[in-house]
Design a protein around this ligand. Structure first.
Ligand SMILES: *[C@@H]1O[C@H](CO)[C@@H](O)[C@H](O)[C@H]1NC(C)=O
Ligand SMILES: *[C@@H]1O[C@H](CO)[C@@H](O)[C@H](O)[C@H]1NC(C)=O
Ligand SMILES: *[C@@H]1O[C@H](CO)[C@@H](O)[C@H](O)[C@H]1NC(C)=O
Ligand SMILES: *[C@@H]1O[C@H](CO)[C@@H](O)[C@H](O)[C@H]1NC(C)=O
Ligand SMILES: *[C@@H]1O[C@H](CO)[C@@H](O)[C@H](O)[C@H]1NC(C)=O
Ligand SMILES: *[C@@H]1O[C@H](CO)[C@@H](O)[C@H](O)[C@H]1NC(C)=O
Ligand SMILES: *[C@@H]1O[C@H](CO)[C@@H](O)[C@H](O)[C@H]1NC(C)=O
Ligand SMILES: *[C@@H]1O[C@H](CO)[C@@H](O)[C@H](O)[C@H]1NC(C)=O
Length: 586
């Protein structure tokens, strides 16, 4: 077990984004699994921290897949769809399909393609012989421009996003039109996609003609306390290295129903615009006038991932590697353009934060790199989103964002403290059960006397950290469990130093923390592990979920960490006043 007692402090400031590596988590919700007596539950906690030895033989250099690799080469004709991906809408009855047509350009004389020149059409249906429905979406291109001598500009292929809704008639308009309809639940179910149903689809522009092959996806189950997706994979800090490919193979072999990517996607910002990359951008290219990126890495990533995400929806939230500043201080262009998000459907006005349901789980994705203070739009949206969660429909409330609030590594240590101070109380008051973060490869901790602590000095490739239930640096049976999974396989170095090691506690004067700035406890730990990938299984029912961590180096079926996360709704009541009954949440 990798657990923690958090009663620490010490503020961390000037991290260079150097932690990370390989993580993948799965949430599996499966009512059929019997509870196993040999697996602990959070009810047995709080636990003393455990630090796991690091296996130095696994310390390899994570090497990026080169552009010559067949898995990242373009394999389609001029306007045929590629980089096909799925993402969920806010509820099971709707889903996004995205793809790219036309080749990107990079260099001096780039001319953006006309997004209107290729239409955005999806044909779909519940049987391969009848792609009888059709949905139309929108298209765009984005540019990554550097107004500096010697730097190359980029313009993307045409990016298409189409939302399948089954019908353009909204439930609200039906309710408005006729109260008779309301008493016919069959009709209501027929309005959008059906739950837990396999659909076939094909995307592209039939007039060229340039349609894709036929792919399939399954919709999420209906939201309800006994209804969960079978397995949810969570990965962080993925990148596109040979280790990433191991993580993704591992993930595919575990057959998830949904993938969450908690930030740091392609690592295109470890490259100059001429395609030269480095494991340590800041060390290698100190002279560049701006932090350059090599946007074709995004296209390589999209091509590599298609095999997975053309079948399984992926939900992405931004990390620091997506900032990608360019001309006129524009940021996040690739992130915001390439993925579809259920922002509008979840009442958000931004691609940086949104929410969605997956069966009886309500997921909230938060933005750590835009304003989150109490007067910011994000905070107001979060308040109203939380207030609308009916825990009798979605008992599990899970939040995710990129930089961890609680972690024991020196790198990024308490970097997200300002966000924690603004938002923690609100999340706590609504009884968030689990928080997923990336950004770091970490293992949790506190180290009571006698705990053996291992240190991995030069490890590359990840670690893993899971906390006891915690709130405001205090163990709290109603606080969330924090799980950090910042090591999907990217090429940056592993975080190896811990803030509680002698000399590692940041200078109090460098900390903006109003509460704990002058403290640096020596009693929390962490446990760099052998790591690589993480699987979480959230199981059973509205109060019991099984969390499992699986590592790349382990054989299938072996787990690195496993615990039942148990909700206690009787002990930890949540703020919720049911509004007038609405069918929309079902
Ligand atoms: C790490 O790997 C080594 C060798 O494979 C193994 O002996 C050790 O138990 C592993 N540690 C954990 C926590 O699995
Ligand atoms: C990561 O990949 C390298 C080769 O690029 C390999 O040596 C190393 O064992 C891999 N690490 C893991 C944890 O799979
Ligand atoms: C890239 O775009 C910027 C902004 O439009 C422009 O100033 C610059 O000259 C362009 N660079 C090249 C190499 O075309
Ligand atoms: C890219 O630019 C860097 C810095 O100027 C240089 O060292 C490197 O050789 C260039 N790479 C290519 C492929 O031109
Ligand atoms: C909150 O953030 C907004 C937008 O960034 C900023 O304008 C405002 O001053 C901030 N308010 C506080 C109290 O920090
Ligand atoms: C952690 O340190 C604090 C102060 O140094 C002490 O009060 C507390 O008991 C310690 N906790 C553990 C678990 O050792
Ligand atoms: C968190 O703990 C600090 C230090 O004990 C305290 O000053 C602060 O008020 C607490 N915050 C909340 C929201 O309870
Ligand atoms: C959920 O599963 C646990 C473990 O089997 C069981 O103890 C509990 O009673 C179940 N709760 C409900 C509401 O079914």
């Amino acid at each position: 077990m990798l657990l923690t007692k958090l009663s620490w402090p010490c503020l961390f400031q000037g991290s260079l984004f150097f932690a990370i590596s390989c993580n993948l988590i799965f949430l599996l919700l499966n009512h059929h699994l019997a509870i196993r007596a040999d697996i602990p539950s959070t009810l047995d906690g709080p636990f003393a921290p455990v630090t796991v030895p690091y296996d130095f033989s696994l310390r390899g250099n994570a090497v990026d897949i080169p552009d010559s690799d067949p898995r990242v080469r373009r394999r389609v004709g001029e306007f045929e769809p590629e980089q096909i991906s799925l993402s969920l809408s806010a509820t099971y009855d709707s889903l996004w399909i995205s793809w790219i047509t036309g080749e990107f350009q990079i260099g001096d004389n780039i001319k953006p393609l006309d997004p209107e020149s290729v239409s955005s059409i999806v044909r779909y249906g519940t049987s391969r012989n009848s792609l009888s429905h059709e949905a139309t979406g929108y298209s765009l291109v984005y540019n990554q421009l550097y107004p500096f001598e010697g730097l190359q500009n980029y313009t993307s292929g045409i990016i298409h996003h189409v939302r399948l809704t089954g019908s353009s008639i909204s439930l609200e308009s039906i309710l408005y039109l006729s109260t008779v309809v309301v008493i016919n639940p069959v009709l209501i179910v027929c309005i959008g996609l059906k739950p837990s149903t396999l659909y076939d689809y094909q995307c592209g522009d039939p007039s060229i003609p340039a349609m894709s092959d036929i792919y399939s996806f399954s919709t999420m189950p209906v939201s309800g306390p006994r209804s969960y997706p079978n397995r949810i994979a969570i990965v962080g800090d993925l990148g596109l290295t040979y280790n990433t490919t191991t993580t993704i193979s591992h993930l595919i072999s575990n057959k998830p129903d949904l993938v969450l990517l908690v930030g740091d996607v392609s690592y295109a910002n470890l490259y100059l615009t001429n395609g030269t990359g480095s494991d340590c951008y800041a060390c290698s290219f100190p002279e560049t006038p701006i932090h350059e990126t090599y946007q074709p890495r995004w296209d390589y990533w999209g091509r590599f991932m298609q095999n997975l995400v053309s079948k399984i929806p992926i939900m992405v939230v931004e990390g620091n590697h997506e900032i990608e500043e360019q001309a006129e201080k524009q940021t996040f262009a690739a992130y915001s353009s390439r993925f579809a998000f259920p922002s509008e459907e979840s009442g958000s006005s931004s691609s940086f934060y949104y929410s969605f349901n997956a069966g009886g789980i309500h997921f909230i994705m938060l933005g750590a790199y835009i304003s989150y203070n109490k007067s910011a739009d994000q905070y107001k949206w979060l308040e109203s989103d939380l207030a609308s969660v009916d825990r009798s429909v979605t008992p599990w409330l899970i939040a995710a964002w990129h930089p961890p609030w609680y972690s024991s590594y020196k790198a990024h240590y308490r970097e997200a403290e300002c966000m924690r101070v603004e938002m923690e109380e609100l999340l706590y008051s609504y009884g968030v059960d689990i928080v997923f973060n990336g950004h770091l490869s970490v293992v949790i901790g506190s180290s009571p006397k006698g705990t053996i602590r291992y240190r991995n000095r030069l490890a590359k490739v990840h670690a893993y950290e899971r906390s006891n239930r915690v709130y405001n640096y205090t163990l709290d049976p109603c606080g969330p469990v924090y799980i950090t999974v910042g090591d999907g396989g990217n090429r940056e170095k592993m975080a190896i130093e811990h803030a509680d090691e002698p000399g590692n506690c940041p200078e109090p004067s460098t900390t903006p923390d109003p509460y704990m700035g002058d403290l640096c406890a020596t009693n929390f730990t962490f446990g760099p592990a052998n790591v690589s990938s993480l699987l979480t299984l959230l199981v059973k029912n509205e109060t019991w979920a099984l969390w499992s961590w699986h590592r790349n180096q382990d054989s299938h079926g072996k787990v690195g960490d496993q615990i039942y996360i148990v909700r206690q709704p009787d002990k930890c009541p949540v703020h919720y006043t049911p509004p007038k009954r609405s069918f929309a949440s079902y």
